[in-house]
Design a protein around this ligand. Structure first.
Ligand SMILES: *Cc1c(COP(=O)(O)O)cnc(C)c1O
Length: 378
């Protein structure tokens, strides 16, 4: 049996252990510490645009603390891209607030600016108040149409929290994803561009926001010699051990981006001209995707009836992991009562889309195995 090819695996550079060892040697085996400070510095330098980074226990925690500082509360609404992982919207509900879902546009597969504006107007009519925030997502690393989205956000004066969990290193008009919103979340889960074994970060626009984030992430302790609390806090800070892994990972980030992009081009070279296969690709030179995952759409009308699921099962039989695209959140049972604005763009992507193995450690031999299985069906 061939060895298993996974969708997206953690990929160590080598220096991770050195930074962890430093933490042990200096007994900084706690949340906070020099690895955390340096990891945050590395991220701030990488993203540019004078952002302030706070490393947290997960990307989900980052969204939670971002929404908290945007004033989301009980009975509020927050607009969220429907075509995404549930973690983009789950934190909205932690406040007793409600997600309002918006469809994608066909080019980037991300939030449709057109339906965003429709949703804002409809919600103002229905609720007598504006949604509290907008969460666009750069899905699979593809930048959303940020110019259009930001223009609408500014027109209605609604803040943007960017979900850049999958988009570390992606750029829109030469500017890094994660630097457009008032806040942005990053994720360092095991399968993302880089990992800290599990972790995330909140990208803040001001130093005050970063200090406030730190405050909430460490149980909201007031400035007093005893333990005094005037607000509800959380235990969300990243540990100095995890941040050590992150520091080692950051040294290889540009290489990892190059490797994932190379995967996408390698697949396209062999598969893009097959009738019925369409690749998720940058719509113009304004978009630079890290191609976290390479995704394809299968049109069974052009493949003699071969479906996405046929391909997924054939790959599985060859011990190759692939995955359907995200199921739109407005179709998820848990969100069935939430308003939705759009057509069927994201639904069609879900019906016919497949994520191919995309890890930065894949070899050409691995990619050739995937390509051979797909070619054998089409
Ligand atoms: C991974 C991911 C998150 C959540 O990040 P965690 O670190 O796993 O909590 C949020 N949004 C998207 C789109 C993601 O892919």
């Amino acid at each position: 049996m061939n060895t298993r090819i996974h969708l997206s695996l953690a990929h160590m550079g080598g220096n991770e252990k050195k930074y962890i060892q430093e933490a042990f040697d200096t007994n900084w085996v706690v949340p906070l510490g020099p690895n955390v400070d340096n990891f945050e510095k590395d991220l701030a330098q990488f993203l540019g645009n004078k952002k302030h980074i706070v490393a947290l226990s997960s990307g989900t925690a980052a969204i939670h603390l971002g929404l908290l500082q945007l004033g989301v509360g009980y009975g509020d609404e927050v607009i969220c891209q429907s075509f995404t992982f549930a973690a983009s919207a789950n934190p909205i509900t932690y406040f007793g607030a409600k997600p309002v879902f918006v469809d994608s546009e066909a080019e980037t597969w991300n939030m449709s600016p057109e339906y965003l504006e429709i949703a804002i107007n409809e919600r103002i009519k229905a609720m007598g108040k504006k949604p509290k925030a907008i969460i666009p997502v750069h899905l699979y690393g593809m930048p959303a149409k940020m110019n259009e989205i930001l223009a609408i956000a500014q027109k209605y004066e609604i803040p943007v929290l960017e979900d850049a969990a999958e988009a570390l290193g992606s750029e829109y008009k030469g500017r890094k994803c994660g630097t457009f919103g008032e806040f942005a979340c990053l994720s360092f889960n095991g399968n993302k561009m880089i990992t800290t074994s599990g972790g995330g970060a909140l990208v803040c626009s001001t130093k005050e926001q970063a200090q406030k984030t730190m405050f909430y992430a460490t149980q909201a302790r007031d400035n007093a010699p005893h333990y005094q609390h005037s607000e509800i806090g959380y235990n969300y800070r990243m540990s100095n051990i995890c941040a050590g892994i992150g520091r080692g990972q950051m040294e290889f980030l540009p290489l990892r981006i190059g490797q994932r992009r190379k995967n996408s081009y390698y697949y396209r070279k062999d598969l893009a001209n097959i009738e019925g296969i369409t690749f998720h690709t940058e719509p113009s030179a304004d978009f630079f995707s890290n191609y976290w995952l390479t995704c394809i759409i299968i049109d069974p009308k052009k493949t003699n009836g071969v479906t996405r699921e046929d391909i997924r099962l054939a790959l599985e039989k060859a011990n190759i992991e692939s995955r359907p695209l995200w199921k739109p959140l407005h179709l998820q049972p848990v969100f069935s009562s939430c308003p939705y604005y759009g057509e069927k763009i994201s639904e069609n992507l879900f019906d016919n889309g497949l994520c191919l193995p995309s890890g930065s450690s894949l070899t050409e031999n691995d990619l050739d195995r995937v390509i051979a299985v797909i070619k054998s069906l089409l």
